[in-house]
Design a protein around this ligand. Structure first.
Ligand code: SME
Length: 167
């Protein structure tokens, strides 16, 4: 079937910046006209992983004193991470994006998959400015993430914030 959704989802670009600029409007378009948050989150995460071949892309939601696994794409992962633990819990505690070029060099890194070599974790906030979730992206390549990923994944976090705060 030529017009199947997965076939019309095509990312173009000669570099990462162009690829993200091609991707983001398509992620928005995928969510347009769909009011179900889980459906939209699933497609945003799948679109990201599919475009860049990331190992794992997912969301952990703040639930009391823990981060709890939300929608994700990739290998099975730990369901719960405590405040301040691992890269995700540290991102929540410090309320800032963490780029980890080599996960083996990050004290306390939680290895959900031994294939993960580098990662980026960004915080998302609720309407009061409190951290409500983190977006975690893992790569099988060392040093895979830089300021370009930080910029555009920050825009993805903005999209996710709108979806989860409009519930
Ligand atoms: N590596 C993360 C745990 C989540 S998994 O990578 C999906 C961390 O250290 O918090």
């Amino acid at each position: 079937m030529i017009n199947a959704v997965a076939e019309t989802f095509l990312i173009r670009g000669e570099n990462k910046d162009e690829m993200y600029r091609s991707l983001l409007p398509q992620l928005s378009a995928l969510c347009e006209g769909e009011s179900d948050t889980i459906a939209n989150l699933g497609n945003i995460l799948a679109g990201l992983r599919q475009s860049f071949g990331f190992l794992w892309v997912g969301i952990y939601f703040v639930r009391g004193g823990d981060l709890v696994l939300g929608p994700f794409q990739g290998p099975v992962a730990c369901s719960r991470i405590a405040f301040g633990k691992g890269v995700c819990g540290t991102c929540w505690k410090d309320r800032k994006t963490l780029v980890v070029p080599d996960v083996d060099q990050f004290p306390g890194h939680i290895a959900c998959s031994s294939a993960s070599r580098s990662e980026i974790v960004l915080p998302g906030t609720d309407s009061r400015g409190e951290v409500a979730f983190v977006l975690d992206v893992d790569s099988e390549r060392l040093d895979n993430f830089d300021e370009v990923d930080e910029k555009y994944l920050g825009e993805v976090v903005g999209m996710i914030q709108k979806l989860v705060t409009s519930e």
